[in-house]
Design a protein. Structure first.
Length: 166
């Protein structure tokens, strides 16, 4: 691969706008590339980390493999406890929606578990939220409604297999 060119620091705000625009155009790969360029120059840029995380989760719907390792590493780079909890919920919610659309055996149970994981994250984020910022509540309610509309239920616990003593 040819050596990548470095973005100028003063170009970061415009690059972030472009990354967000590409996300809105359903072009997560382009948004991801821009965010990686920003993070190469400014590794702690929280806006770029969040945009990259969202671009990766946008790819769930496109069937691209996005590893848990990638998303978890980005989540650990977020400096705000609220952001870590909230965006952990977003990742789980988007994985749940992907599982629900797969409609294969066991996916409905996995979707339920992921929605509940997302709701737990949103509950952690709620008391940490900035004043007037109720996104965690809105996301929690969305997950609850999806569970209800789709009649999702937890997996029944399996009965332990008992072996006779000889």
């Amino acid at each position: 691969m040819p050596e990548l060119k470095s973005l100028h620091k003063d170009a970061i705000p415009a690059a972030l706008e472009k990354a967000e625009r590409y996300r809105l155009l359903n072009e997560p790969g382009e948004a991801e590339s821009i965010c990686l360029d920003i993070l190469h120059v400014d590794p702690e840029n929280q806006h770029a980390i969040i945009t990259l995380l969202l671009a990766l989760t946008d790819r769930f719907e496109k069937g691209y493999g996005v590893s848990d390792t990638q998303t978890k590493e980005l989540l650990t780079r977020l400096t705000s406890e609220y952001d870590r909890a909230y965006y952990s919920g977003i990742v789980a919610e988007r994985r749940a929606k992907m599982k629900l659309r797969q409609n294969t055996p066991g996916c409905r149970f996995q979707a339920y578990d992921l929605f509940r994981e997302a709701m737990s994250c949103f509950e952690k984020a709620e008391p940490l939220r900035p004043s007037g910022h109720d996104d965690a509540i809105l996301r929690w309610n969305t997950c609850a409604r999806i569970i209800s509309r789709n009649n999702l239920v937890p997996r029944e616990p399996e009965e332990p297999i008992e072996f006779p003593l000889e």
